[in-house]
Design a protein around this ligand. Structure first.
Ligand code: MN3
Length: 200
């Protein structure tokens, strides 16, 4: 089985001005496409083409680094594109809002915690909202292309929201101002998509 670069449900310019069209185009058609191609090559080399991506991540420490780096790059960007959309933002509603309030005290507390881990992740990486096996929601960050589905991640669970804090995700518009990008990111989050992941 080989993995395919997903088509986006919006055009590269639809998330302007937060995610500018040039950043979106390079990010999807170059970075994500390269991870996809290299992941397919890495799983062919490792003879694990018959496995699901979840199975691969559950044993990621047994495989060459190329499987982790490119498999993470493939999966993490898929999730990222799926939780953002034009004309979204705001706050989650109903059951997801209740779960966030239960585990973080308030939506504002959650926002602060998520912004803090995203801003303080040293170097390249991702920040996550994760649903753990016991149902509890937690926030964490990972370096490079590690994600919470990988067996050796510090915090494990099902990722339901993520932000890419690699410089390629924001540098053309925000340059060194990662915190400004993170603050603007709330305007493009698709909470309906996050809720679907929470319930799935
Ligand atoms: Mn990226």
């Amino acid at each position: 089985m080989s993995f395919e670069l997903p088509k986006l449900n919006y055009s590269y310019s639809d998330l302007e001005p937060i995610l500018d069209a040039r950043t979106m185009e390079i990010h999807h058609s170059k970075h994500h496409a390269a991870y996809t191609a290299k992941f397919n090559a890495a799983i062919a080399d490792a003879n694990i083409e018959n496995q699901s991506i979840e199975e691969i991540f559950a044993n990621i420490n047994k495989y060459p680094a190329a499987v982790r780096n490119n498999g993470g790059g493939y999966y993490n960007h898929n999730l990222y594109w799926s939780v953002i959309a034009p004309n979204k933002g705001g706050a989650p509603q109903g059951e997801l809002l209740s779960a966030i309030e239960k585990d973080f005290g308030s939506f504002d507390n959650f926002k602060s915690e998520f912004e803090n881990v995203a801003a303080t992740q040293f170097g390249s990486g991702w920040a996550w909202l994760v649903k753990q096996d016991n149902g509890k929601l937690v926030v964490c960050s990972t370096s490079n292309q590690v994600n919470p589905l990988m067996c050796d991640a510090d915090i494990k669970g099902k990722p339901i929201l993520t932000i890419d804090v690699w410089e390629h995700a924001y540098y053309l518009k925000y340059q060194n101002r990662r915190p400004d990008f993170i603050a603007d990111f709330w305007k493009v989050i698709n909470w309906d998509a996050v809720f679907k992941l929470y319930k799935s």
